[in-house]
Design a protein around this ligand. Structure first.
Ligand SMILES: Nc1ncnc2c1ncn2[C@@H]1O[C@H](COP(=O)(O)OP(=O)(O)OP(=O)(O)O)[C@@H](O)[C@H]1O
Ligand SMILES: [Mg+2]
Length: 332
C-alpha cells in the first residue's frame, strides 16, 4: 500500500436542511445549506485539521461522515466502499467499526446512568461481542490507564469527574475498539486552557502509538497547528482551502485563511506588532441565503465583480498542492 493511501474520501458532500421559515410546521420551507459540496480525503495515519467559524458546518460534516446527519447528495467512501449514497451498494458495517467520534461536550456525551467501566466497554459489546467478560474487563482497564485514569475510577459515574477527566473517558471509549479514524469534534473547546494542551498531547501520543488517522475539528488555527499534517478551512458549508499544514500556515492562499491566521497571536511581541492584520468586515451571512458566486466575497478584502458571478471550487495548480477556492488566487 502506498504511503498516501486515502482511507476516507469525501466527494461533493452536501447536507441541506429544510427549515420552516415562520417556525410553524406549515410555514413556507427554506433550504439551509449546512454543508455544500465539500470534497477532501484523510490518509492512513495522518491528522487533518478542520477549521472554521461557528456555524460553518464542521459538526454537520463530521456527523454526516459517520451517518449521524442526513446526506443530501455526494459520496463518502471508506476504504474504497461507498457508505452514504442512497443505492443498493451502500455498505456501512466497516465504517461503523473503523471510525469513532469524540464529542465537543465531554459530560453531555457520556450516559449519566452508566459507570465509567460500562461506558468504555460499550463499543466492545457492540462490535466484539465474542470477547469474554474477563477479556473485556482487562481491555477496559488497560485503555483507562492509557488515557491517564485508574482502577478507582471504574465504578464511578460521569458527574463525579472534571471536564478533562470526562474527555479522557470519551477518548477511551472511542479508542477501545481499535478504530482507524477518530473524528474529534472540538474535543478541547469546553476545557480549561491548562487542560487543553494535555488532551491534545494525549491524542497526539495515542495517534502515533496506534497509527491512527484523526479528523480534528477546531474553531481556531492555533489549536490544530500542533497536531495536523493537513488543514481544511471551511466557510459557510464550503471548502475555502485544503493543503499541507506548512504551506497553509506559511503561505495561506485564500483571503479567509489569511484573516483566520492573523487572528492567531505570534509568540514574539515585536513580530506581532509589526505584522499586518487582516480584519474581517461584517457578519457571516446566513446559510439560508448564501451570497451568489463566492460565499466569502461579502467579507473579502480582495473581492472583485467577477466573485459575485462565479462560484469557485477548491482546486490546486499542481497535484498534491494546496487546493484553493478563489478565482483571484487562480489568476496569480
Ligand atoms: N438538525 C439541524 N437542523 C437544521 N439546521 C441545522 C441542524 N444541524 C445544524 N444545523 C445548522 O447548520 C449550520 C451548521 O451547523 P454546525 O453545527 O455544523 O456548525 P459548526 O461549524 O459545527 O459550529 P460550531 O463551531 O458552533 O460547533 C448552522 O447554521 C446550524 O444552525
Ligand atoms: Mg460544531
Amino acid at each position: 500500500m502506498s504511503a498516501h493511501e486515502s482511507l476516507l474520501e469525501v466527494d461533493k458532500l452536501s447536507v441541506h436542511f429544510q427549515i420552516a421559515r415562520g417556525g410553524l410546521p406549515w410555514s413556507k420551507k427554506a433550504t439551509l445549506r449546512a454543508v455544500d459540496g465539500v470534497s477532501f480525503d484523510v490518509r492512513r495515519g495522518e491528522t487533518v485539521g478542520l477549521v472554521g467559524e461557528s456555524g460553518c458546518g464542521k459538526s454537520t460534516l463530521a456527523r454526516a461522515i459517520i451517518g449521524l446527519a442526513p446526506v443530501t447528495s455526494g459520496s463518502v467512501q471508506w476504504k474504497g466502499r461507498e457508505t452514504v449514497a442512497a443505492d443498493a451498494r451502500r455498505d456501512t458495517t466497516q465504517i461503523r467499526r473503523d471510525v469513532q467520534m469524540i464529542f465537543q461536550d465531554p459530560l453531555a456525551s457520556l450516559d449519566p446512568r452508566m459507570t465509567i467501566e460500562q461506558i468504555v466497554a460499550e463499543p466492545l459489546k457492540t462490535h466484539q461481542p465474542q470477547l469474554g467478560r474477563e477479556e473485556m474487563r482487562v481491555r477496559v482497564r488497560t485503555m483507562l490507564e492509557r488515557v491517564g485514569l485508574n482502577n478507582h475510577h471504574l465504578r464511578r459515574y460521569p458527574h463525579e469527574f472534571s471536564g478533562g477527566q470526562c474527555q479522557r473517558v470519551g477518548i477511551a471509549r472511542a479508542l477501545i475498539g481499535e478504530p482507524q479514524l477518530v473524528i474529534c469534534d472540538e474535543p478541547v473547546s469546553a476545557l480549561d486552557v491548562s487542560i487543553q494542551a494535555q488532551i491534545v498531547n494525549l491524542l497526539r501520543d495515542l495517534q502515533r502509538e496506534l497509527s491512527l488517522s484523526l479528523l480534528f475539528v477546531a474553531h481556531d488555527l492555533a489549536v490544530v497547528k500542533a497536531i495536523s499534517q493537513r488543514v481544511l478551512v471551511m466557510y459557510l458549508g464550503r471548502v475555502m482551502e485544503f493543503g499541507d499544514k506548512r504551506d497553509v500556515y506559511r503561505e495561506p492562499q485564500h483571503p479567509y485563511t489569511r484573516a483566520l491566521l492573523s487572528a492567531v497571536p505570534l509568540p514574539d511581541p515585536a513580530a506581532e506588532r509589526a505584522r499586518e492584520h487582516v480584519l474581517l468586515r461584517g457578519e457571516i451571512p446566513s446559510p439560508l441565503k448564501p451570497p451568489s458566486g463566492c460565499a466569502f466575497r461579502t467579507r473579502c478584502p480582495d473581492a472583485i465583480d467577477a466573485c459575485a458571478h462565479e462560484r469557485p471550487v477548491a482546486t490546486s495548480a499542481r497535484i498534491g498542492h494546496t487546493q484553493v477556492a478563489c478565482i483571484r488566487a487562480a489568476m496569480t
